[in-house]
Design a protein around this ligand. Structure first.
Ligand code: PLP
Length: 401
């Protein structure tokens, strides 16, 4: 059980054996400056109220805690509550983090923002806050992803940001991240790099966790006021791990609340076509951090697969690796088909269409809730809305839109 006096990450940016700063020497000063500045600025009263103001007036917080009455009854076990991050401006939890990081960037005197994006969701969230603050913004995106995600590429451009196509390596997210790092080294004087999940070198896993923790903090208050007790179980999907970490973090010391993260089982763990490093990966170093990765015996990063583009990442935030090892959180998987079934079920029964990423968490709830009793409470993080996934679902069903 994590104790208050055992602060994580430690001064080296470590969560147990994970995390750290595994980067080229040229990047070390930039990361040290960021870590120092963040420690100072995060306690500043004015800064806190700026963040609070944007979360309220721009994002639309607090997001509701919604009792899924019909779905709970249908599953016949625990009471299921949905934390409605899908109602946020731009439709997902990612905006919580970008709103905070861009205000941090401004405080640090930076005038140019860069980001990497895979499916385009983080690119949109970053371009959105850059427009909000009138800052120059460059988004790195793999050539393959640009082809697959033309709608989000166009969104980013309309928001006034520049998209730079990356054609090295597999031309996807991990290559875009490498390229963004390279840009940052060169332009660190005026540039702030907004990372999109609780991943990367220290202090990013901490910064992104802290900004997303607004989700768990709200759930604490809402549980007390609206349910009258703490939840017995929190569930969230895990790609890089930011929506899960944001929900879990304020509950780490509440030992009566179980925590379950759900990774993408893809076509099945035995097929190798999945994105489940915590369940089926091994320890290694990628993107500046030590964590669980999908890699072969030679340490080559393997291709990932998931029906949900936002879960398609071969690594995971180091704090999750640590929570798994110390047993504070448990991690399981849901496969593509289970996610698709849960996507349809929630839409039909509650009139809420979840993102396919979220549907992985819902698939676990479907399995788990019936084994619990009606006095028990599950809170599941609805990390985003499903509008963006309609074409994917239609495609699978063989329907042309
Ligand atoms: C990006 C994304 C995720 C996965 O990212 P995490 O960092 O694991 O939260 C999950 N859900 C939605 C809707 C997303 O856009």
């Amino acid at each position: 059980m994590p104790k208050k006096d055992k602060k994580v990450p430690d001064s080296q940016g470590r969560f147990g054996a994970y995390g750290g700063v595994y980067v080229a020497e040229t990047l070390v000063p930039a990361l040290e400056e960021l870590a120092q500045q963040y420690e100072l600025i995060k306690e500043n009263k004015e800064f806190k109220s700026e963040v609070q103001n944007d979360l309220e007036k721009f994002v639309g917080r607090p997001s509701p805690l919604y009792f899924a009455k019909r779905w709970s009854k249908q599953l016949g076990g625990a009471k299921i509550y949905l934390k409605r991050e899908d109602l946020n401006h731009t439709g997902a939890h990612k905006i919580n983090n970008t709103v905070g990081q861009i205000l941090l960037a401004k405080r640090m005197g930076k005038t140019r923002i860069i980001a990497e994006t895979g499916a385009g969701q983080h690119g949109v969230a970053t371009a959105t806050v850059a427009a909000r603050h009138g800052m120059k913004c460059v988004v790195y995106m793999g050539e393959e992803d640009i082809k697959r995600q033309s709608l989000n590429v166009y969104r980013i451009k309309i928001l006034g940001a520049e998209v730079i196509s990356v054609n090295s390596g597999s031309k996807t997210l991990k290559d875009a991240m490498n390229e963004a790092m390279r840009d940052w080294v060169t332009n660190v004087d005026d540039t702030y790099y907004i990372i999109g999940s609780v991943a990367g070198p220290h202090p990013y896993p901490q910064i992104v966790r802290d900004f997303n923790s607004v989700v768990g903090k709200e759930v604490l208050v809402q549980s007390k006021e609206e349910i009258g007790k703490m939840p017995d179980l929190l569930v969230a999907c895990v790609g890089g791990g930011s929506n899960a970490m944001g929900l879990f973090y304020p509950f780490l010391e509440i030992s009566t609340t179980d925590l379950v993260g759900v990774e993408a089982g893809g076509l099945g763990l035995d097929t190798g076509k999945h994105a489940a490093p915590l369940n089926a990966g091994s320890e290694g170093v990628l993107h500046g951090m030590r964590t669980y990765l999908m890699q072969d015996d030679k340490g080559q990063i393997q291709d990932t697969h998931s029906i949900a583009a936002g879960l398609d990442y071969p690594g995971v935030g180091p704090e999750h690796a640590w929570l798994k090892d110390i047993g504070r959180a448990n991690y399981t998987t849901a496969n593509d088909q289970e996610a698709l079934d849960a996507f349809k079920e929630l839409t039909l029964v509650e009139g809420i269409m979840p993102a396919l990423e979220t549907a992985h968490a819902l698939a676990y709830v479907k399995k788990k809730a019936p084994s619990m009793d009606s006095e028990q409470v599950i809170v599941v993080n609805v990390s985003g809305r499903g509008d963006k996934d309609i074409n994917t679902v239609a495609n699978i069903e063989g329907i042309e839109l």
